[in-house]
Design a protein around this ligand. Sequence first.
Ligand code: ADP
Ligand code: ZN
Length: 611
Amino acid sequence: MKPETKVTLPDTCLVDTLRKVFGFREFRPDQERIVRAILEKKDVFAVMPTGGGKSLCYQLPAALLPGTCMVISPLISLMKDQVDGARANGIRAAYLNSSLSSEEQALVVRDLLSNSLDLLYVAPERFTLNHFQEMLGQVNISMAVIDEAHCISEWGHDFRPDYLSLSALGKLFPNVSIAAFTATATHKVQQDILEKLALRNPFIVRASFDRTNLFYDIRFKENLSEQLVTLLKSNPDKAGIIYRTSRKSVNDTTTMLQAKGFRALPYHAGLDDDDRKRNQEAFIRDEVDVIVATVAFGMGIDKSNIRFVVHADLPKSIENYYQETGRAGRDGEPAHCTLFFSQSDIPKVRFFIDTIVDETERARALGALQKVISFASTSVCRRKTLLEYFGETYPRDNCNSCDICLGTREVVDCTVEAQMLLSAIARTEERFGATHIVDIVTGSKNKKIRDFGHDLLKTYGVGRGHGKKFWRRLIDELLAQKVIAKSEGLYPVLYLLEKAVPVLKNEATVEMMRVQEKKTAKQAGSGQTGTYDHELFDQLRALRKQLANEQGIPPYIVFSDRSLRDMATLLPQSAEDMLSVSGVGEVKLQRYGRQFLNLIRRYREEHPERK
Ligand code: ADP
Ligand code: ZN
């Protein structure tokens, strides 16, 4: 029964399947090579970023090869989504896990044994069961896939002991390809996976981790609530995640946004299971736009149309930042990642790090934090820094898709103001904290100032021309540039470092990044958006939502944002036109084509001026 011979396919066949089944015109980088290797029954190990298009790499062979492709995946919550997605393209897919009743499981097993499944998702716990493996002996397995393969590595962040049994796969399926996929990039994890899985002379792919459709933006955190409101207003009706560190801040931000009329819900481990599930579901189904969440949110979310991710507090590490921002724009459409950064957030994180008992772990956390701070406070292309972190060299000088490269940050000379601060610090003998120093330069009349006689200082009130916010920011900047430093402890004081001397002597200048609030990078994206009819897009979205509700699947499974944008650009008039829309294959055309074409036709009649 098993297809023993090497499958050789004419070049056109693969692209033909890609077009007919998935509605895509071309492969993404690496996809084709992986698909070919699998069809040649070679083992594969592929590291691809989130949104890189891993599922197509095995779903396409699954559609082509006789027999069933078995996917072992640890994320039970994602299986239904993956299966819905595959079925929407006409692939015969099912999953077996503990969320199904025994009757439902029996039906899946029946389909499996009668060779009526192209694709079967199972959890590793099930795969290890003896009777399950015995049953597999009666099935024509076309290939085996290990998704989220980093779970096999103790160095990967979600190590799962069940995954260790997977090294037996090769013995179980000596004649088919075993393909392992992960988005976890470090070389250490890669090595560990390769050893533990015992793949046979595998074809190894490390795709670039550059997420070209993501825009990276770091802003100075000044008045977070206002900044978030502005950001949401410039992204109306778009899906986004706002990450915050603590449960309390998640709740506060959600309440604030709801009061301003935004459709936002909270997500954190303190909510009970039902509420958490309900909120997640509402987000996935486009019923709310924004989810405000701790980092507990995101694992097991496949929503492809997330248009922005905000870090309202410092991420734990560069790796975390990359993974969390990576949830934006899985569909390849432009998406925006904004980090609101303030030096004053650092002590809060340090406080938590200090509570870590294990010494090595504490040092590691501290090192990771330091890297995040330097990432946020230097003027090097964000993309370059991120990629270098993963050992990749970014070949271009300007990525055109981050705040640094677009020059949306403007440098202003603040030497005179810096001198005022430094002088205030020096004249008070480096014994006071930031608040008091700011009170001195802005000429505050509070009791502490009077008690110390600081209203008599030469620097008292010299900085009235700027608000307190400006001065706090300049202090942050001087801290970041290591002109001054802050002592440890409960009442940290500011003191001068060596670099302060030339500044005071007018031998060195201090520059501060100023964010041009108006020229947000909203239009910047990565230049892929082009012009499309927004009114039509909104109507298409509404239809997508209605159909998704009727079928009990998430809207992005009906059509991706990319597909809708193509429709709103091309205004297709026939089934044939519709097939040239990205993501519209034969099955989706049959299933939804008529309704979308009708909508577009009506729209054209109502707006004859638009083509
Ligand atoms: P991953 O599992 O690697 O995170 P997915 O398999 O979910 O990524 O794919 C991400 C998105 O990219 C999906 O919306 C998918 O339909 C789309 N996609 C995959 N391959 C292609 C392609 N060749 N052309 C256009 N879109 C693609
Ligand atoms: Zn850049």
